[in-house]
Ligand binder design. Structure first.
Ligand code: SAM
Length: 255
């Protein structure tokens, strides 16, 4: 089987445009992940996971959080809100950023959402206190460049928190981008200190239940539901081969 390619930005733009017209897709995801209706997720981080992410980021009120590959901004808004931090969100999908801005406006929340690449955010070096990257680092075509960008934008002592999956399987049904994920190696190679990669088996139960519902549903003519259904059908056969992870790391203090 040919390896699955890295999705193009147009694929993500279409994915987000479809989502905007599918409240049913959001309801399914939010119900399984335990998320409130106002939290727009495009991934699989649940409510208890958000609490762990907030604790790991150790942001002080007034700090600046970067949500890297922020999608519609749901996690960044929630984490920044709980921490009293200012939020910058970056994603290469202009449609995701448009929806994130609109959603923040609807919620009456200040946030700075920008279109940029994971590996080239355009932010100044050392300009943020924390970086959050939820279920997205696997999309970096040059992972080393993406980890280096995380490190570059963080000030001394700043924390990076990433959620993702890893596998030691060479099963080609798993997309190549996921088989290549190495959170510990990437963060260490970029010069981070105190790198920890933590298994999160409890998060998997919610994910599995969501994929099972999505695989069984009839999407009808709802394109976002169709995409959720197709992803479920493709993910479930190799679900047991994936580890669910949260990685944390600290930018070293200046010498
Ligand atoms: C699975 S979604 C997760 C979005 C968001 N973090 C969340 O959890 O709701 C992956 C995101 O990565 C973004 N992305 C993929 N490749 C990217 C790149 N090279 N630079 C910036 N964003 C990228 C996509 O547009 C998409 O929003």
């Amino acid at each position: 089987m040919a390896p699955k390619p890295w999705p193009e930005v147009t694929t993500f733009n279409n994915w987000y445009a479809d989502m905007a017209g599918s409240p049913v897709k959001d309801e399914i995801v939010q119900r399984h992940l335990g998320l409130p209706p106002a939290l727009l997720s495009s991934s699989l981080l649940g409510w208890e996971g958000i609490g762990e992410v907030v604790a790991a980021l150790q942001l002080n009120p007034g700090a600046t959080l970067l949500d890297l590959a922020c999608g519609r901004g749901g996690y960044g808004l929630e984490v920044a809100g709980r921490s009293g931090a200012a939020l910058i969100g970056v994603d290469f999908s202009a449609e995701a950023v448009r929806q994130a801005r609109e959603h923040a406006r609807r919620l009456g929340r200040a946030a700075d959402f920008r279109v940029a690449d994971l590996a080239a955010t355009g932010l100044d070096s050392g300009s943020v206190d924390g970086v959050l990257c939820v279920d997205a680092i696997q999309f970096a075509r040059d992972p080393a460049a993406a980890y280096a960008e995380l490190r570059r934008v963080l000030g001394p002592g700043g924390r990076a928190v990433l959620t993702c999956w890893e596998t030691s399987s060479a099963d080609e049904r798993i997309p190549e981008r996921l088989r290549l994920v190495d959170l510990g190696g990437g963060l260490t190679g970029a010069g981070f200190a105190s790198v920890e990669v933590l298994d999160r088996p409890g998060w998997r139960e919610r994910e599995l239940a969501m994929w099972e519902e999505a695989a069984a549903l009839d999407p009808g003519d709802d394109a976002a539901l169709q995409s959720l259904h197709d992803e479920a059908v493709s993910v479930l056969p190799t679900f047991g081969l994936m580890r669910r992870l949260m990685a944390t790391a600290t930018a070293p203090m200046a010498a």
